[in-house]
Design a protein. Structure first.
Length: 342
C-alpha cells in the first residue's frame, strides 16, 4: 500500500541555528541537559526555530486479541470494554491526566469485542483479532484497512502533537511477538509479565507465544508481520504514526505497546522515528531492550506499567517547557549579561 512522503527532518542549517540559540541563552553551556536536546528535536520536527505545540491530541487505541483466550493475561478479556467505558466516563488514569494536562482525549475502538461504546470513535475492523497461535491474527486486507483507518483519523484531528495510548487485554503478547520478529531477539527477551503474571502465568505466556511464532513462520515482510502478529489497535496506531510524521506532528510515545506500533510504523515507512519523542521507560522488562535497539532515550523512568497513554501525559509538561525555554528565555546579549570567557 502507499504511504505519504515524509519530510526531511535532519536540516543541518536549522539545527545549527537552534543550537546556537540554545547555547547563547543565559545559562552555562548545556546546563539544561536533555531538555535542550528535546527543544532541538521539537524544532526539527516542526521545521521552525521556535516550535509551538497546539491542540495536543491524546488518542487511546483499543481492541481485543484472540490470544487473550489462551490465558496470556492476568485479567479477563471483558476488562477491555469495561476500561474503555471507564475512560469515556472520565475515571481512568489517562482521563484524569488528560484533563490535568489540557490534552484532548479520543478513544478509538479499533476492534473491541463488545458493541461500540457511546463516545468512542468507530475504527472497528472486527470484534478482536483471531488467535495468532493458530495462524495470522488478521488478514492482509484487514491490516491495510487498520493502517488506513489510523492515517485517516490523524487527518481529522486538529493540532500538531499526537500522544499515543492503548487499551487491550492481551496486547503485551502481540507487542512481544512483534518485537521478536522485528528485532530477531530471543523470544524470552521480548516477553514480560504484562498486567502482573506470576511465574506460572509467565511460563504459560511464553509457551503460547512460541506457538504463535511457529504458526506464522512465513511472515517476514512488514505488512505480513503486522497481519500475522499484530493487534487491530497496534496496526491502526502505526498508521496514525506514519500520518503524523508526514504532517510534522510531534508523536509522543508511551510505553511497550505504543513502542511496538512505532517500530512497526518505522518498518513500514522508514524515517518516522525522527518525529517521535519517547515519554518513558516502562517497567515491562523488554521495553528497555527495545528502546535501546531503536536508539531512543526516554524522558522519564518512573517504573510505570499502566499503559493507556499515562506516561505520555506525564511527560507532556517537559515538551511544553522545552518550547517555552527556547522561545522566551533571554540570551546573554538581550539580557545584558556577561557571557563566559573563552
Amino acid at each position: 500500500m502507499n504511504f505519504p512522503e515524509l519530510p526531511a527532518l535532519a536540516e543541518p542549517g536549522l539545527a545549527a541555528r537552534v543550537q546556537h540559540a540554545l547555547d547563547h541563552k543565559t545559562k552555562p553551556l548545556g546546563a539544561l541537559g536533555r531538555v535542550e536536546a528535546l527543544a532541538l528535536q521539537l524544532a526539527l520536527i516542526q521545521g521552525v526555530e521556535r516550535p509551538v505545540l497546539r491542540q495536543p491530541q491524546l488518542v487511546v487505541y483499543a481492541a481485543d486479541h484472540g490470544l487473550s483466550r489462551r490465558g496470556v493475561s492476568a485479567y479477563p478479556r471483558e476488562v477491555t470494554p469495561q476500561m474503555v467505558a471507564n475512560m469515556l466516563a472520565g475515571g481512568a488514569a489517562v482521563s484524569v491526566l488528560a484533563r490535568q494536562q489540557g490534552l484532548a482525549l479520543t478513544v478509538a475502538d479499533c476492534g473491541v469485542d463488545a458493541p461500540l461504546a457511546k463516545g468512542a470513535v468507530d475504527l472497528r475492523i472486527a470484534a478482536g483479532t483471531l488467535d495468532a497461535s493458530a495462524g495470522p491474527a488478521m488478514s492482509l486486507a484487514q491490516a491495510e484497512r487498520a493502517l488506513q483507518n489510523g492515517m485517516a483519523l490523524v487527518e481529522r484531528l486538529p493540532g500538531n502533537a499526537l500522544l499515543l495510548g492503548e487499551m487491550g487485554i492481551g496486547n503485551t503478547s502481540s507487542a512481544s511477538l512483534l518485537m521478536q520478529r522485528l528485532t530477531g531477539l530471543p523470544l524470552a527477551d521480548c516477553v514480560g509479565r504484562g498486567t502482573g503474571l506470576d511465574d506460572a502465568g509467565l511460563a504459560r505466556k511464553l509457551a503460547v507465544l512460541q506457538e504463535a511464532l511457529a504458526a506464522n513462520t512465513g511472515a517476514h515482510a512488514p505488512l505480513h508481520i503486522a497481519a500475522a502478529l499484530g493487534g487491530f489497535e497496534i496496526v491502526t496506531m502505526a498508521g496514525s504514526v506514519i500520518a503524523a510524521a508526514a504532517q510534522r506532528r510531534v508523536v509522543v510515545v508511551d510505553g511497550f505497546i505504543t513502542t511496538a506500533a512505532v517500530a512497526l510504523a518505522e518498518s513500514l515507512r522508514p524515517g518516522v522515528l525522527a518525529a517521535c519523542v519517547f515519554a518513558h521507560r516502562s517497567a515491562e522488562g523488554p521495553h528497555a531492550r527495545w528502546l535501546e535497539r531503536l536508539g531512543a532515550r526516554p524522558l522519564l523512568d518512573l517504573d510505570l506499567r499502566l499503559g493507556e497513554g499515562s506516561g505520555a501525559a506525564l511527560a507532556w509538561p517537559l515538551l511544553t517547557a522545552a518550547c517555552a525555554l527556547l522561545a522566551d528565555m533571554a540570551s546573554f546579549e538581550s539580557a545584558g549579561v556577561s557571557n563566559r570567557q573563552d
